[in-house]
Write a protein that binds this ligand. Structure first.
Ligand code: DON
Length: 322
């Protein structure tokens, strides 16, 4: 980064001016008070609605953060994007997509439904994410699988904070009737590649991955790794294969924002993935990764301040894909 700075070759050359504008957008969005904190998992219902953090990491490793950017939060469905990227990097797209499709479902994220080939519609919904989780290092012991994923996340984050929220894991497992119903429905339809693990261990693993924690700062680095073709900008380590990186961004673009994905692609035009904890990861390919966190959600389940920030960002900079 120092060499690039001295040669004036940084991806965002006028960094101070850029940060000034980000700071203005951050403050503007802080005044948004709409939305409700997710209540269906008791631990999430206790999140402070006033938390608001923004962090940016460029593909050169330039960083800026505002607000609650160092507070750990649970990644929830944001993990779906990274779990898919890790699996697709390991097994390749053909193997993964013989079990999970690439189509937006037009249905709620936890609906009990499959596509015309009896496969989950895509890896960003619960159905697809449960099958994806079941395929990650399926020949290993549960403890080793968890360690494997945790370690991959840490690589993506350049060694920065990745944690595990056990209370959320336990709380989610105790309130997971819908996911149990969905998993047994998928078992009935032969959606799982091999029955190496029981449905309850498969779901435990899925809940554990939803309960992984990051901060805006560490998740921005993870997003920047995707923006940088799978190479972590802080360590230069190749974490995700090229094809898997392209594929996860395509799926985030078409399916990453629940039932708002089409509108988000239309208005904002960047690959993104949200979670019910109010986190939102945005990737601007070849430029930067962004993580936004504010717990109150809109009726689609996306962070109100997070979506507002993205819209303001697009009004300010030409980051829209088209
Ligand atoms: O499976 C659940 O209900 C949640 N843990 C999923 C979390 C989430 O963010 C919703 N996403 N698609």
């Amino acid at each position: 980064i120092i060499v690039k700075a001295l040669r004036n070759k940084l991806i965002v050359p006028s960094w101070n001016a850029f940060c000034q504008r980000i700071s203005t957008i951050y403050s503007k969005c802080a005044s948004a008070t709409a939305g409700e904190v997710a209540t269906y998992i008791p631990q999430l219902a206790r999140q402070n609605p006033n938390r608001w953090g923004v962090s940016i990491c460029t593909v050169d490793g330039q960083r800026v953060s505002y607000g609650d950017s160092k507070t750990p939060f649970c990644l929830q469905s944001i993990s779906k994007a990274f779990n898919y990227a890790i699996l697709a990097s390991d097994l390749g797209a053909t193997a993964v997509h013989s079990f999970v499709g690439q189509e937006p479902s037009g249905r709620h994220f936890n609906d009990i439904c499959l596509d015309g080939n009896s496969k989950p519609h895509n890896p960003m919904l619960n159905s697809g994410a449960i099958v994806i989780s079941s395929m990650i290092k399926s020949d290993m012991l549960m403890a080793d699988r968890f360690d494997y994923v945790l370690n991959e996340y840490k690589k993506l984050a350049g060694g920065e904070f990745v944690g595990f929220d056990n209370a959320t894991f336990l709380s989610e497992r105790d309130t997971a009737d819908r996911n149990y119903a969905l998993a047994f429905f998928m078992k009935e339809h032969n959606c799982f590649p091999k029955a190496q693990h029981s449905i309850s261990s498969t779901l435990d693993f899925y809940f554990q991955l939803c309960s992984l924690e990051a901060t805006c700062e560490s998740a921005a680095v993870m997003a920047a790794t995707l923006a940088n073709g799978g190479v972590c900008p802080l360590t230069d380590e190749k974490c995700i294969e090229n094809q898997a990186c392209r594929n996860v961004l395509s799926l985030m673009y078409s399916c990453g924002m629940y039932d708002y994905s089409g509108q988000f692609a239309f208005h904002v035009g960047m690959p993104a993935k949200s979670g019910v904890s109010g986190g939102l990861v945005v990737v601007i390919p070849n430029l930067m990764g962004i993580c936004l966190w504010s717990p109150p959600l809109d009726e689609m389940g996306n962070s109100v301040r997070g979506v507002e920030f993205c819209k303001e960002l697009i009004n300010t900079f030409k980051f829209h894909n088209y």
